[in-house]
Design a protein around this ligand. Structure first.
Ligand code: MCN
Ligand code: CUN
Length: 777
């Protein structure tokens, strides 16, 4: 009833320019902060002289690492149980690292005063190439950690090594491929920032910032600062895109808080574009060597991979504690593979911390890219059509729930159906025929396929936590006497339209219009605890909590309706959004009627509280496993190396769709991400660690000019463990699409004998290949 293509409620304010973002927050007496950043990737700090800055007439405070050390705040915990410098004390470890914080009367004076701070650095050799991080001669980046003599962070493995090796040893065909998933940046429209207001009278700290996880932030602040949680209020207002980059706590947030405590006035800090690109959470940076074992007739038997993971100077990646490589070990993908094994080694380099953000479902982007590239490499080796090879190996519907060789339980799916639909929509056979014709004429046309399975909705509390906080979400639902409702949830929309879709879930369950449901989120004082929005977990976890709390309300309403109808609750049925006596629809009582009765003098049975309000906490029994089949068609200009994405067909299955329009919007955005990463986006550094992509002149984002008109299809396989059968979708297209684009370009370049090419496939890179030069990354 309430599911469907409802226009987004939040758009009424967004399209009028009436959103309320962090930078829109203006408080009386507010001061402004600015961060001084390191010009070096690796250097010892000899001295920091702030006297000239302090003498600036508009400067109210200058905070350095030393100031923070005095408060025991110079270092803060990261989400991966490492520590990160808030402001550097001993060394700087990446270009753009935070060194000092100036608080002034206005933002311009704060920036001006940064120039007056005199920092003496002693430059050190930098580790930029992760492949050299473990060399004996490599400088040790984290000498702040006790007993540290190298740049090693962790070794981690998953799967069955012995069985995998056994299969490889006896396999008819094996192929191996080195590949890099380069470092990319989520680059949201809105940069990071914070407004901190510490009230000395009440002792209450209020922080506005665009966090994807307000409750987790508050708990961390409480733990680190030793303040009780009820004295901290985190408000995440409208967010101009997060894409994973707004999960963590950044030094600027802490500096704004300290600035407010020190000056006794509210302090705003907003970073600019370059600061955002240089210092906030990066994604990927996985050097992978994948291998696949198969029979000669194309039966995939085993897959293994070794990964070198570049985590930057501080291990700040966000993922459930038990999984240092996130959910990368779902890399056996969508195929019926007997054995799989992965080894991941994490290292420090002199780059900004990060490593997991950017629509990745905790590293499933890397996993899908790996397996989908490997399958294409195998297809080339065997001389098989890549669609045909995939069809032969995809899991079959009767294999669900499917236990993967690395320990996942895929909930549901019909994979061959999705791939067949994508091939039909694309006109696959015709495309291959066209490609043959064009090749004969010397034209470069490529067709790329990728099939992905994601694991989203973290997660079952017994397996998953972040810093010890279990990943369950609360929901509260209040129904006013007139039948209008207020839902309070812990997840946080950054553009995904929760105010609409979550209202639709309640509307559907209670038989009321979604317009009558207000969704409150993003304010820790007003919402129940929960871990926030990332890993496409909102619908799988908070959405499930929402359906369940609405069902609790409905059950309460049943008792009231029974009293209204002078019937036994056992004789009532829920039909057409009303409670009625079984078989007698005329007795139907709507939620509005019941709500009014619940607040009236209607006599209720003993023990019934009255009112309809309910609360719940949802601890998911499993993740949800959305999947999809993507086909990309490209034309490559051999003269310029320019890749044109001609068509892109995307069939997604995210179970039951609450709002198909929003789902399609999510997919459109993710597909554009995929085109961007495959063709142009990359965070590059020179060998001294200078950042080469610190503005949108150098860090290229795809526009409508580079994107085709997306052609979408869908299949619907409900999740059996989710109360409304929905699976997450927010990251699906970003996860699934890069491999399709790269597979298409490599397919186009086949006449040159190309088997693999690393992203981004820029014109310069592609052109080199058409000139017979080796591919350069
Ligand atoms: N939805 C639906 N039916 C489904 C699944 C989802 O109608 N079967 C709707 C949801 O109710 C929600 C939207 O689609 O309104 C996305 O839902 P979901 O898949 O649960 O993902 P989240 O809401 O948890 O969003 C997080 C996800 C992540 S992790 C990144 S990164 C990302 C993404 O969403 N960042 C985004 N999409 C983004 N979209 C925008 N505009 N901005 C971002 O920063
Ligand atoms: Cu990895 S980006 Mo989203 O999970 O917030």
């Amino acid at each position: 009833m309430s599911y469907g293509r409802m226009h987004r409620k939040e758009d009424a304010r967004f399209i009028r320019g009436r959103g309320n973002y962090t930078d829109d927050v203006r408080l009386p007496g507010m001061l402004y902060g600015a961060v001084l950043r390191s010009p070096h990737a690796h250097a010892r700090i000899v001295s920091v002289d702030t006297s000239a800055a302090e003498a600036h007439p508009k400067v109210k405070a200058v905070i350095t690492g030393e100031t923070l050390a005095g408060l025991n705040l110079a270092w803060m915990p990261t989400l991966s149980q490492d520590t990160q410098a808030v402001l550097a004390t001993d060394k700087v470890r990446f270009q753009g690292q935070e060194v000092a914080f100036v608080v002034a009367e206005d933002a311009y004076s704060a920036r001006d005063a940064l120039e007056l701070i005199d920092v003496e650095y002693e430059p050190l050799d930098a580790v930029i190439d992760a492949r050299k991080a473990l060399d004996a001669a490599a400088p040790v980046i984290r000498d702040d950690l006790e007993g540290r003599t190298d740049n090693h962070i962790f070794d981690w493995e998953a799967g069955d090594r012995a069985r995998t090796e056994e299969i490889f040893a006896g396999a008819e065909v094996t192929v191996a491929q080195d590949m890099l998933y380069p470092r990319v940046h989520p680059a949201p429209l809105e940069t990071c920032g914070a407004v901190a207001d510490f009230d000395k009278v009440t002792g209450k700290l209020t922080v506005w910032c665009p966090t994807q996880a307000p409750h987790a932030h508050r708990t961390l602040y409480a733990m680190v600062a030793g303040l009780p949680e009820h004295k901290i209020r985190v408000i995440s207002p409208d967010i101009g895109g997060g894409f994973g980059g707004k999960v963590g706590i950044y030094p600027g947030y802490v500096c704004a808080i300290v600035g407010s405590i020190v000056t006794g006035r509210p302090v705003k800090w907003m970073e600019d574009r370059s600061e955002n690109l240089m210092s906030t959470a990066f994604a990927r940076d996985y050097h992978m060597r994948g291998e696949i074992a198969a029979t000669r007739d194309g039966r995939i038997q085993a897959i293994r991979v070794k990964v070198l993971a570049d985590h930057g100077a501080f291990n700040g990646t966000a993922q459930p504690t038990k999984f240092p490589a996130g959910f990368f070990h779902v890399f056996s993908g969508s195929y019926d593979i007997e054995a799989a094994h992965c080894e991941v080694t994490g290292v420090y380099t002199n780059k900004a911390p990060g490593g997991v953000a950017y629509a990745c479902s905790f590293r499933i982007t890397e996993a899908v890219y790996l397996v989908e590239r490997l399958v294409d490499v195998l297809a080339a080796e065997l001389g098989l059509d890549p669609a045909d090879l995939r069809m032969r190996n995809l899991l079959k519907p009767e294999q669900f729930p499917y236990h993967s060789p690395t320990g996942w339980e895929y909930d549901s799916g019909d994979y061959p159906k999705a791939l067949r639909l994508a091939m039909d929509l694309a006109g696959y056979d015709k495309l291959r025929a066209e490609q043959a014709d064009r090749r004969a004429r010397g034209e470069l046309m490529g067709i790329g396929i990728s099939f992905f399975t994601e694991a989203v909705g973290a997660g079952p509390r017994k397996h998953m936590d972040i810093l010890g906080l279990g990943m369950a979400d609360g929901a509260e639902l209040r129904v006013h006497p007139t039948g209008k409702a207020v839902l309070r949830v812990s997840c946080q929309s950054q553009g995904q339209g929760h105010e609409t879709t979550f209202a639709q879930i309640v509307g559907q369950e209670l038989g009321i219009p979604a317009d009558d449901v207000e969704v409150v989120h993003g304010d820790t004082d007003q919402t129940p605890f929960g871990l926030g929005t990332y890993g496409s977990r909102s619908t799988p976890v908070s959405g499930a909590a929402t359906a369940i709390v609405a069902r609790k309300v409905r059950d309460r309403a049943k008792i009231v309706a029974a009293a209204m109808l002078e019937a036994s609750p056992d004789d009532l049925e829920w039909a057409d959004g009303k409670w009625s006596v079984v078989g007698d629809p005329a007795t139907g009582r709507s939620m509005a009627e019941i709500a009014l009765a619940a607040h009236s003098n209607l006599e209720l049975p003993d023990g019934v509280e009255g009112h309809l309000d309910a609360v719940t906490v949802y601890n998911p029994p499993n993740l949800t496993y959305p999947f999809g089949a993507y086909i990309c068609v490209v034309d490559v200009d051999p003269g310029t190396g320019q890749v044109k994405v001609r068509r892109f067909v995307a069939v997604d299955d995210c179970g039951v769709r609450i709002n198909p329009m929003i789902v399609e919007g999510q997919i459109h955005g993710g597909l554009a991400d995929g085109v961007g990463m495959a063709l142009m986006q990359v965070m590059a550094f020179d060998e001294d660690g200078n950042h080469l992509g610190a503005s949108f002149m150098d860090y290229l984002l795809p526009t409508s000019m580079e994107c085709p008109s997306w052609e979408l299809g869908e299949t619907v396989t409900p999740s059996p463990t989710h109360p409304i059968g929905a699976k997450g979708v927010g990251e699906s297209a970003t996860v699934g699409s890069p491999a399709a684009v790269v597979n298409a370009v490599v397919d186009a370049l086949r006449p040159y004998g190309v088997r693999h090419a690393d992203m981004p496939l820029t014109p310069a890179n592609v052109w080199r290949v058409t000139r017979g030069e080796p591919f350069r990354t």
